[in-house]
Design a protein around this ligand. Structure first.
Ligand code: ATP
Ligand code: MG
Length: 421
């Protein structure tokens, strides 16, 4: 017999019971926020045609250049595990003609993303994002709403020190003008820049500002904000005004770019203080050219993607313990075979009525079963012996107070439906 041991792929995680409750809490928070902000969930495939990401994420990004999980399927088509959420959502928006709806389309998604990266704390090859996308309006109030939603998410999870950094990347015309100003700044340092930067200087100089290695060299780079035209400045001013009105903490970072042609106006990132190098916990921006780029009509859009592993990282860092597992309502103990028969039926009824109930399956003695009930933080144990069975009763013990009483078998379900929440 082969006795090979398997290990999870590098850069992935098993989320075990005990930790998964934190995930559920975070996911529920995201869903609840989206309900309050009136964003509806969309679920798109985990893999898409490779070309969608090449066009939808951009050929000069780290993601497309180095990080995609791309494979040929058996029909010889190039497929890619989604590295981010926006491209798929835009594809679905176009394919399902959601732009035909009379209202602004406000969507959210949550799920795993895949990037071939060097794993470290807060950086995985399979990770999870919560994201939103809004289509169909250029109103700066929606830019502020999207930022407010992301900001509230961190706030309501109890994280402190998370700030929004915002910038305007203008329109393609504004960027064309800024491009030459920026190139004039970069040209003298060309030889000192990394090879990625050098090649991006040719293809997409704005992306250079996004380089992790050369960051500190760009402190004195010209600000794109100085190149904004009237329309772009007005839009940016309005966004800031709305953020001020809501009391959202933000900073302006003129070097924050999402250097793709279809990104327009507002770009932003959420930064957490004091968690080390990996301090960007989410990011987003307006993409007025993307729907068109992906073969749809000209419809403006804006959204963000927030990494959930990084939230876990800050939670841990800040010593925040999100709610743990919900306790069991009742642990049932049967003494004797006839009692066990009855217990099987009872436990089924309890569960059918929404009560969280469990029992022993290891043939253990009563004492060991009571220990189990303790470990599971059961609120009650219900003990059914032959005597009780004969009288049509069951002994109910509160694990909290130790108080014990007898209830009719017929009314046990009722007892819990009344007391469980
Ligand atoms: P980074 O600069 O850290 O690589 P990014 O610019 O590639 O981030 P985005 O594409 O903007 O990140 O994704 C949005 C968020 O998704 C990030 O802010 C981060 O929280 C999370 N994220 C991105 N890549 C990973 C990863 N490999 N592992 C875990 N979380 C990630
Ligand atoms: Mg990255």
């Amino acid at each position: 017999m082969a006795s090979e041991k398997f290990e999870k792929p590098t850069g992935t995680q098993d989320i075990l019971p005990g930790a998964v409750e934190k995930w559920q809490f975070i996911e529920e928070k995201a869903r609840d926020l989206c309900r309050r902000y009136n964003y509806r969930e969309i679920r798109t495939p985990i893999f898409e045609q490779t070309e969608l990401f090449e066009r939808g994420v951009g050929e000069t990004t780290d993601i497309v250049e180095k990080e995609m999980y791309t494979f040929k399927d058996k029909g010889d088509r190039s497929m890619t595990l989604r590295p981010e959420g926006t491209a798929g959502v835009v594809r679905a928006y176009v394919q399902n003609k959601l732009y035909g709806e009379p209202d602004v389309t406000k969507l959210f998604y949550m799920g795993p993303m895949f990037r071939y990266e060097r794993p470290q704390a807060g950086r995985y090859r399979q990770f999870h994002q919560f994201g939103v996308e809004v289509f169909g309006t250029t109103d700066p109030a929606i830019d502020a709403e999207v930022i407010a939603l992301g900001y509230s998410f961190y706030k309501e999870l109890g994280l402190s020190g998370v700030k929004a950094e915002i910038n305007s990347v203008g329109t393609p015309e504004v960027r064309a003008a800024y491009r030459s100003t920026l190139l004039a700044f970069l040209e003298p340092m060309r030889d000192n820049l990394c090879s990625d930067c050098q090649s991006r200087m040719e293809r997409n100089p704005l992306r250079v500002l996004d380089c992790k290695k050369d960051q500190e060299k760009f402190v004195n780079a010209p600000s794109i904000l100085d190149s904004l035209d009237e329309e772009c400045s007005t839009h940016f001013d309005k966004v800031k005004g709305y953020l001020d009105a809501m009391g959202i903490e933000y900073e302006i970072n003129p070097r924050l770019v999402r250097g793709l042609d279809y990104y327009t106006h507002t770009a932003f990132e959420f930064k957490a203080q004091g968690i080390g190098a990996i301090d960007t916990v989410g990011g987003g921006g307006r993409f007025n050219g993307l729907v068109d780029q992906i073969g749809g009509p000209e419809q403006p859009g804006i959204g963000f993607g927030i990494g959930l592993e990084r939230i876990q990282l800050i939670l841990e860092h800040q010593g925040i313990n999100l709610t743990s597992a919900k306790p069991l309502d009742v642990y049932l103990v049967a003494l004797g075979e006839a009692a066990e028969q009855k217990l099987t039926k009872l436990i089924y009824e309890l569960r059918s009525h929404g009560v969280a109930a469990d029992r022993d399956y290891l043939g253990r003695k009563m004492k060991a079963q009571m220990k189990s009930a303790d470990r599971l933080h059961a609120r009650y144990t219900a003990i059914l012996g032959d005597d009780e069975l004969e009288r049509g009763e069951i002994a109910l013990k509160s694990m909290e107070t130790g108080e014990q009483r007898t209830v009719k078998l017929d009314s046990l379900v009722q007892e819990f439906v009344k007391t469980s929440h």
